[in-house]
Write a protein that binds this ligand. Structure first.
Ligand code: FMN
Length: 187
């Protein structure tokens, strides 16, 4: 399976791109191009029974307005994948641009302090309908029940229905996007 961001030239290749050098060149160009697709930067909460996790995610989008469906692409090897597949729910939290350092804290399985109500030291509470964790510091959150897990190679695209949502900061708070950081994902 391809590592995050791809592990060497991955086909298909257009006609004429048939030497290892040309394929390598094409791979790099395609990756640079895919990195230019604008995306947000979020923290996704997941839970299966008493196990909770939160992870940084960029592949999220609304996919329907009736019903209200939001999709997220989650790596099959991530703990988050296991918890969403088992718990059938996820939260999607938007992050204040001022809090951009947060996203670096959620790129590995987190330390959960249930008694203290923290994930990697960040306070959380459980979403009202599904019980998945939501960061207290998030600008806003949606609580989603998985309706359709779509296989997408190295990732599953979990399509969830918004069953609750809320703002926790002023509605005009600028939310974090990939371009506000030096980070990238995929490509
Ligand atoms: C900027 C950035 C964006 C990311 N976007 C995604 C994403 O959209 N989907 C995904 O599965 N992982 C994404 N990741 C990787 C996860 O955050 C990382 O694999 C994490 O370790 C998975 O956590 P888990 O095993 O605790 O669930 C991203 C990482 C970074 C740094």
């Amino acid at each position: 399976m391809a590592a995050p961001g791809g592990a060497g030239p991955i086909g298909p290749f257009p006609e004429g791109i048939d030497t290892p050098e040309a394929q390598d060149e094409y791979e790099k160009l395609r990756r640079r191009l895919l990195w230019t697709l604008p995306s947000g930067l979020y923290v996704v909460g997941s839970r299966a029974g008493g196990r909770r996790n939160a992870m940084t995610l960029s592949w999220a989008t609304q996919v329907s307005f009736e019903p209200k469906l939001v999709g997220i692409g989650v790596e099959k090897t991530a703990l988050t994948h296991e918890l969403i597949a088992s718990g059938g729910a996820f939260s999607l939290c938007t992050i204040d641009q001022e809090d951009r350092a947060i996203v670096r804290k959620f790129t590995k399985p987190v330390e959960v302090d249930e008694a203290g109500g923290t994930l990697n030291g960040f306070a959380f509470h459980d979403a009202p309908v599904t019980g998945v964790p939501v960061l207290d510091q998030a600008v806003a959150w949606v609580d989603c029940e998985v309706r359709n897990p779509v296989d997408a190679g190295g990732h599953t695209f979990f399509v969830g229905e918004v069953v609750a949502c809320g703002f926790q900061k002023d509605e005009g708070t600028p939310v974090l996007r990939m371009e506000d950081t030096r980070m990238s994902y995929g490509g």
